[in-house]
Every structure is written in C-alpha cells, then in structure tokens.
Design a protein around this ligand. Sequence first.
Ligand SMILES: C[S@@+](CC[C@H](N)C(=O)[O-])C[C@H]1O[C@@H](n2cnc3c(N)ncnc32)[C@H](O)[C@@H]1O
Length: 493
Amino acid sequence: MTDHRASRPHNPAPRRPGGPGAGRGQDRDGRGGRAPRAGRPPSDPARQAAYEAIAATHRDDAYANLVLPQILRDMRLGGRDAAFATELTYGTLRATGTLDAIIAAAAGREVARIDPPARDALRLGAYQLLHTRVPAHAAVNSTVDLVRAVAPGAAGFANAVMREIAGTDLDAWLTRLAPDYEADPVAHLALVHQHPAWIVRAFSEALGGDLAETARLLVEDNQPPPVHLCARPGLIDPAELADEVGGAPGAFSPYAVYLPGGAPGDVLALAEGRAHVQDEGSQLVASALVAAEVEGEDSRWLDLCAGPGGKAGLLGAFAAQRGARVTAVEVAEHRARLVERSVANLPVTVHAMDGRLVGDDPRLPAGGFDRVLVDAPCTGLGSLRRRPEARWRRRPSDLPPLTRLQRELLGAALRAVRPGGVVAYVTCSPHTVETQVTVTEAARRSDLGVDFVDARTLLPAGMPGLGSGPTVQLWPHRHGTDAMFLAALRRTS
Ligand SMILES: C[S@@+](CC[C@H](N)C(=O)[O-])C[C@H]1O[C@@H](n2cnc3c(N)ncnc32)[C@H](O)[C@@H]1O
C-alpha cells in the first residue's frame, strides 16, 4: 500500500508559471538530475492509475466507470490504493471545469494551451490540493513526478502552477474566480458547484427558478451515488434480500434495498436473477406503468427502449405475476443481448430493432399493446452522480437530435398502445426540453386522442416533493434517486 501522506522531502524552487518553455521544451523544475523518460511509471500506483483513467477519459472519450476498473485490474491494485485511485479519478473528473478555471488563473494561460498530459496531471494535482487531505507537499511532489514521466518538458511549469495553486485554499480561489452571485447566480453556482452553466440553467428552470434548491441539487450531484438493488417481485422478498446483503429497505419503492457501501460483489440473488442493481427512481417509474388502471385485456406489454434491460427485468417479473408478456425492443444489437441476459426465465421476448417501426413491422402492431414504456434515450443529466465526466462532455447541441428521437419514439408508443391503454414516457433527464416539451409536442403532433394520467397517483402514496402533476420529476436531493421524469398518457381514441 502506498502511503499517500508521506513523501520524500522536496523543496523545489518556486517558478513563475507560464514562463517560456512552460508546457513544452526542456525540464525546468530546478531540481537537477536526469528527467525520467516519458512513459516511465512513477512510484505511486494509485495516482498513476487515476492519471491513466483521467487521460483515457479525455483522450479516448472513455467512460471512467468502465476504464478505471480495468486499469485497477491491470495494475493489480486493491484495498486502499484502489479506493484512493477511485476517489482521485471521480473527484477530478467531476470538478474538471472548476479545476480548469483555477489552473488557468494560476498558470496565466487557458488550459486549452497546456499539453493534454500535463493538463490532466495538473487537474489531478489541483484536485488533491483543493479537495483532499493530502498534504500540499505530497500533492505538489507527486504531480511534478507524474508530469516528469508523462510530459518531461513541462515538469518545471507544473511545479510552478502547483505551488501557485497551493498558496490559496479552495474557498479563496472560488471567491476570487466565481462571478458575483447577485450579478450572475447561474455562473456563480456553476463554478462553485462544478457544473457547466448551461446545465445549472436547465436544472434551475426545471426547479421553477428556485436557485437555493438548485444549489442543493448541485451539492447532491457531487456525491457518489448509493447502490440500490431491486428485489424482483414474486422472486424474492425485499426483506430477505436486505438480510442477505445487510442492507436497508428503500424509502419509497417497495422493491428497493439500499446496499451498504461499495460494489454489490457476489450477492446470490443477483447471480440467480431474483434481483438486480437499479436506482430506486427507475424502479418507481417502471412500477408506475404497471400501477395505472387499464380496463379489459391487459396481457400485452411493450418496452420500446429496453437496453440494457433494468426496467425490462422489473416489468418481466410483474408480467410473470399477472400472466402478461413483455415485448422488449432495443435498436443496438449488443444492448439487446444485455436485455436478453437481464430477462432470462421471465416472460419477455427481445427484438433488436428500431422502436419507431410500430405499424410497419408485424412484431410491433399498431394498437397491439395494453401498456407501453418509453424509457427514451436522453442527455442523462439526471444521473450525473453516476458518470463523473458526463457533465463536461454533454453539449447543448446534443439536445435537438435527441428531442427529435424522443418525440418520434413517443409518437410510436402512442400508435402501439390500444385505445384505453397507457403509455409511460420516462427520461433520466430533468431538462424541460426533453420532458415537458417532448411530451406536449408528441401529443400535439399525434392525431390520436391522448389524456394525461396524473403520474403522482401511480407512485407510492405519501411520496413527498412530487409537485402539482400531472407529470412527476424525481430528484436526487429530494428523493435520493436519479432525476427521473415520468409522464403517463392514456390513449382515448
Ligand atoms: C435510457 S436507455 C433505456 C434504459 C432501459 N430502459 C433500462 O432500464 O435498462 C435508452 C435506450 O434506447 C435505445 N434506443 C435508442 N434509439 C432507439 C430506437 N429508435 N428504437 C429502440 N431503442 C432505441 C438506446 O440504445 C438505449 O439502450
């Protein structure tokens, strides 16, 4: 195990950041000695792992939650080293925009003008200085060592920038750099709470312009999310699952179990398909589809956007209890295979196809279903807790193609459901363009008769913070769930 606090004594001469050669050219850290070759691993495996994961995220568009576990396995890191690497990776990625503003101020240049390897190492170093209890000298020294290995010519520059950052604490940096709250509250909150301003604006709009509540949401968004399990109805009693994992029952979903700490590991009920990992909000919106009243036939259910299969697993378990059958549709072949794995032994048929083909493909007959779920592809702004890099990768320009697809899929769902049947439209984004606007527009453009069902009545009685209906927006800071949106529509003709 590496001692993250202890570090050899080292007192490099301060340098002016941004001087000639900074970020390129020869080593200017003033320590003498030979610079290590680029690529030579520093002696600190946890930081090395975090650096590799952060660099892969930016260089290869990798997902940190996929790439980091692989790096930890390759480097054979476990225990405290793995935990430290994880904290550094996720924390640095979440804070990137704010760290960049601080690095730019300390360096006297835009981060875009710093070589990517040095830039990622500085982000990692700045995160340690400003957000962890790692002593400043250890953060500075380890960062300079890292830069020496990955961008040797920038070691002196990195030393100077790190020392400049270390001279001021986080609160003082934020006070210095954040726009005045009164003049520009969105920009202020964005810098202080590590979100892009356009996302803060979208959240604030979805929260009715309540900036104090928006700030609470942003704080919650920066916390690592808890792991929720779903005890599949009819297959395992939630209390039994809670006992098996030493967890607690969920606050709202009758099927939710909160897993204490860490990864689910080898839970027998998961291996046997009696439970699955699923955010409580996802459980609630999938259960809502089944809670809606439907008169007459009720055996043909459709999940129009099923991959990777979390909600299909829950719907399949309900269907088994009620003698219904689920058709699960997923356009991406590999994700359709994941759905198949998730619904093994349940009454679910999976088709790898485009859900918009309703009425044009015999597997998706128009008016052929009693209940339809559209868990639409979206920006995922409601689950930023889970994907640390996502907030900086998403762009407002992602919205138009997504909202077009959402409208088309909801239109297809309305064609697929029979008169009297119910459609649940769900996103894991609270952006009103993907929620209210999509639903209103899809209903307006459809020539079918459609009524809203008050979605609040489809959730457990007494759930707080559901607003005034008929749609429902769940929130991490209100409900401890992802920010799932739910609209329920009944086809009337
Ligand atoms: C939010 S995810 C669904 C999550 C899933 N319901 C679950 O609970 O695991 C949206 C899915 O829709 C799929 N998708 C996108 N366009 C589609 C289309 N035209 N037809 C069917 N599926 C589509 C995406 O590949 C993605 O897997």
